[in-house]
Design a protein around this ligand. Structure first.
Ligand code: FES
Ligand code: FES
Length: 163
C-alpha cells in the first residue's frame, strides 16, 4: 500500500506492507534511526515521535494509519545546524546518559511544552510517565525540560544544574 507522509518537513511516498509499523517505516524505509525500538509493546516510549504535533508511540501505529500525516522525529529538531532548545537543555543539564531513550523523551517534552509552556515539575514528571529510562534518575531530565521551557518562552537558559 502507498503511504504518503511529511517527515521533518520532507515529503515521502513509499509502498509498504499493510502490517508495517510506523517505527519500522521510519527506521528501515526512511533510514531515520534516531527513533528507537525499546520494548515493542508500548511501554518504554523510546519510539515516540510527533504525529500531527502529538506525541505517539510509533510502535503502536501502523504506517498506513499515518498516511497524510506530518511527522517529527528527533532528526527534525535541530534547524540549520542549531540544536533545538530541548536538545540544548538536555545537553546542558545532563539529561541523558546512554541516549537510547533520549529521542523519545525529547519529543514527549516538545509535545508537553507546546501544550503547556510553563509546566511545574510535577506536570513534567506526569508528562514523562510513558517514557522509561533505565540508566539514570529523572531529576536531570526534569531540570532539562524546565530549562527548555524557559528558553522556549524566550528566557535565558539556566546555568547547568541551576533552577
Ligand atoms: S518501542 Fe514503542 S513504547 Fe517501547
Ligand atoms: S538515557 Fe535512557 S536508558 Fe539510557
Amino acid at each position: 500500500m502507498n503511504v504518503t507522509v511529511r517527515v521533518n518537513g520532507k515529503a515521502y511516498t513509499m509502498d509498504v506492507e499493510p502490517r508495517t509499523l510506523l517505527v519500522y517505516f521510519l527506521r528501515e524505509h526512511l533510514g531515520l534511526t534516531g527513533t528507537h525500538v525499546g520494548c515493542d509493546t508500548s511501554s518504554c516510549g523510546a519510539c515516540t515521535v510527533l504525529l500531527n504535533g502529538k506525541a505517539v508511540k510509533s510502535c503502536t501505529v501502523l504506517a498506513v494509519q499515518a498516511d497524510g500525516a506530518e511527522i517529527t522525529t528527533v532528526e527534525g529538531l535541530a534547524r540549520d545546524g542549531e540544536l533545538h532548545p530541548i536538545q540544548r537543555a538536555f545537553w546542558e543539564e545532563h539529561g541523558l546518559q546512554c541516549g537510547f531513550c533520549t529521542p523519545g523523551m525529547m519529543l514527549t517534552a516538545l509535545d508537553l511544552l507546546q501544550r503547556n509552556p510553563n509546566p511545574t515539575d510535577e506536570e513534567i514528571r506526569h508528562g514523562l510517565e510513558g517514557n522509561l529510562c533505565r540508566c539514570t534518575g529523572y531529576q536531570h531530565i526534569v531540570n532539562a525540560i524546565r530549562s527548555a521551557a524557559r528558553m522556549m518562552r524566550g528566557g535565558a537558559p539556566a546555568a547547568a544544574g541551576g533552577r
